[in-house]
Design a protein around this ligand. Sequence first.
Ligand SMILES: [Zn+2]
Ligand SMILES: [Zn+2]
Length: 353
Amino acid sequence: MTTEKGNGPRRSDTYLAAEITAPGRVELKSLPRPSLGADEVLIEVKASAICGSDLHLYHGKHPDAPLPSAVGHEMAGEVVERGAAVTKVQLGDRVVVEPIIPCGTCHYCRLGQYNRCLNVKYGYRTGRSGLAEYYVASEQWVHHLPAELSYAEGALIEPLAVAVHAVRRADVRLGDQVAIFGAGPIGLLTLAVSKAAGAAQVCMVDIRQDRLAVAAALGATEVVDARLEDPVEYIRQASGGIGASHSFEAVGAQGTLVSALKVLRKGGTATLIGIFENPQVGLEAPIFVQREIGLLGSSGYCWDFPTAIGLVRRRAVNLAPLITHRLPLADVDRAFAAAVDREKLAVKVILEP
Ligand SMILES: [Zn+2]
Ligand SMILES: [Zn+2]
């Protein structure tokens, strides 16, 4: 099988990729340069971002990924080599990667609902780190990165697609009143997408002032520090006494889930995107009937990358306030240390060559 290569400087036979080797320990490993399948492209990574799930891995607490493990799945870069059958991208194209690997043949894949794939895989669980010099992807999961977007913005398209999917699932519309519990990266991006969808009011609740400041920069109409006031009461008042039409739980805890339900007006919908480390929660079952409220979950993304790219391209979503740290890949250990240290006030940590 022949592959087409760029005629830049000859690249070496090995490349560096991050690996979580033990809890709290991340190292750059030298790996042999991959050979490409006919439908695959080699991407020189120009920017990658650390995700909350990468931090679970870093702490050795990821349920599906025993250590040592590859790490990272949010990246953008340039196509530098392509397999013989690739037609969608050219050498030199700027791209972002959708890092999901669905089976393509199960019930859900055949319906096009690939985020529900029964045999889904992710690159980092098959040994491909996104925090690396190079990444191999099948061309069908590569999207063009418009010239208006920086590579750092490109690295944030993946978490933005998670937020796009959640806002679509929730069906937020023009004039809606939205409450979001949890100003982590996904909660913040859900705020930005809710605004872009036309929500009239978006209230962000968190217990970190630095995160609430980012929420304000992204256009939150209200921010509530839950240590200082009762968010449910506050939002009820801010919405004319009736409560939010939509709420999002982006923490993964019993208290915020209960609040996300309590804050709803009758007929409202709460959407769950937080990852629960403690899976058992207690809820007052009768409120679902008495108040005709709904609770639904949102998982990953499904045909949401083009929408996410479009939102940034036309500046309906501004990613700049989320990028708090930029470090070279060589400092990946410092990057993880910054991402987990609350004193460093990190939202998104970007790694660059
Ligand atoms: Zn992610
Ligand atoms: Zn499938």
